[in-house]
Design a protein around this ligand. Structure first.
Ligand SMILES: [Zn+2]
Length: 435
């Protein structure tokens, strides 16, 4: 059994990690006699009570069975009393079916599922946007469908059909005593509008859901609905004020120690607050979105912290989300208000450049000199102007592959990698990432 608290302690002391912090081992580690974590995507955090187990998050559908098996290897006596969805993302609710199958196998009474009141609304939205969610997740996470998130064929379901809606929902705060264990559920907006963090006084513990992910906060995700950076920071401050001795996030390692917990929470809060303040200051001066994303930055030293690295999301995307939250979709460039078709503009520029080949060649030169942002614009114009041109697609594939390699965040890598694969396909070359 891994000593997760020692591991996180060492990482926070030294400021760096030898191995991955988000470990998807499907193994259970005991934090105390009454608390255990199964590390998966997401984790399940289990509390033993006098009347069965309370589990925070059910993990995703590909992990559910292994997570339940790991829990049963630790405790095969107690029933699942309650399942808590810290929010409705499928890596937290998708494993529900595996828990319910265990309940049925043991002929236990059905557990109560507890979540914020926006979780069922999210599930309804997933039904409305099922195809969109499958598309964007296969861009963000390569091989998404192959990994078991979709069922396959026409019946692809983003939200697994075995995931049950919560039985009990609340709006701002809920206090419950389950098998003698007092739990305070607190709602706050952050990564989502349906998030719960919980305070468990007996253990002086916080279950944080995705408010803390050992990565730069996922507050900018380019393909997802609104995130709430300012509210996220406020939630971090509220958690920092609890005096927790044990901090249990749904991804990455748990953290022990009052000062250490407070320190990391306040630093994440401050980072988000500064991003919001800097972005709003420029918005208030009337700046365009494009100017703002090129001028608002996070102190690079902060981005080196083991819990603020931009490996999943990144500050530039958060700036866009702040714009979207407080502004409209209009970016301040009047040509973008009612734009020409992309393909029409591309053909016009291709003609001015003396043909798409010139645009593509120039793109290649820019890429070679390291200006990948400009290179992508030019090669995109070239393919839009002549979508059937295989030579241009081959260049596009190469440039987006370079771009993918140069980026740090999974979100940028996913989208650029997908674009590269698209062009490999169009160029008639082998697509190594095809689902
Ligand atoms: Zn998550």
């Amino acid at each position: 059994m891994a000593d997760l608290l020692a591991l996180s302690g060492e990482i926070l002391e030294t400021g760096h990690s030898e191995g991955p912090i988000n470990r998807i081992t499907h193994e259970l580690s005991e934090i105390s006699d009454e608390i255990a974590i199964v590390e998966a995507f997401s984790h399940s955090i289990v509390f033993r009570t006098d009347d069965g187990l309370v589990v925070f998050d059910t993990s995703g559908i590909p992990s559910g069975d292994r997570v339940v098996k790991a829990i049963r290897g630790w405790n095969d006596v107690d029933r699942f009393n309650s399942l808590v969805y810290t929010h409705g993302h499928i890596d937290h609710v998708g494993g529900c079916g595996a828990f319910l199958a265990d309940v049925e196998r043991r002929s236990d009474p059905r557990p109560e599922i507890i979540a914020h009141e926006n979780v069922p609304a999210r599930f309804d939205r997933y039904d409305l946007t099922n195809g969109y969610n499958l598309v964007i997740n296969s861009r963000q996470f390569r091989g998404f469908i192959k990994k078991g998130y979709g069922i396959g064929g026409k019946d692809n379901h983003f939200l697994p059909k075995t995931t049950r809606k919560p039985d009990t929902t609340y709006r701002t705060r809920l206090e419950r005593t389950i098998g003698g264990l007092e739990i305070e559920f607190h709602h706050a907006r952050g990564e989502t509008d349906d998030h719960t963090w919980a305070w468990i006084p007996e253990h002086r513990a916080i279950c944080a859901g995705d408010f803390f992910i050992w990565n730069f906060p996922n507050a900018g995700n380019p393909q997802k609905v609104q995130r709430y950076p300012r509210e996220w920071a406020a939630a971090m401050r509220a958690m920092a004020g609890q005096g927790a001795e044990l901090f249990l996030p749904a991804h990455g390692l748990p953290i022990a120690g009052r000062d250490r917990i407070r320190g990391v929470l306040l630093e994440v809060a401050e980072t988000l607050e500064t991003l919001v303040a800097d972005t709003l200051a420029l918005m208030n001066e009337g700046a365009r979105l494009n100017d703002i994303i090129h001028s608002v930055k996070v102190d690079p030293e902060r981005l080196e912290r083991p819990y603020l690295k931009p490996l999943y999301d990144e500050p530039e995307f958060v700036v866009r989300n702040i714009w979207r939250m407080y502004g409209g979709w209009y970016d301040g460039n009047p040509a973008h208000l009612k734009p020409a078709r992309d393909a029409d503009l591309a053909r016009e520029l291709a003609e001015l450049s003396g043909g798409v080949q010139n645009l593509a060649e120039r793109a290649k030169k820019l890429a070679a000199s390291g200006d990948l942002r400009l290179a992508c614009h030019l090669v995109e114009l070239a393919t839009l102007a002549e979508p059937g041109n295989k030579a241009v697609h081959a260049i596009r594939a190469e440039i987006y592959q370079l771009r993918r390699e140069a980026e740090s965040s999974l979100m940028a890598k996913g989208i650029f990698g997908y674009a590269s694969a698209e062009s490999l396909d169009a160029a008639g070359e082998e697509d190594p990432y095809r689902d």
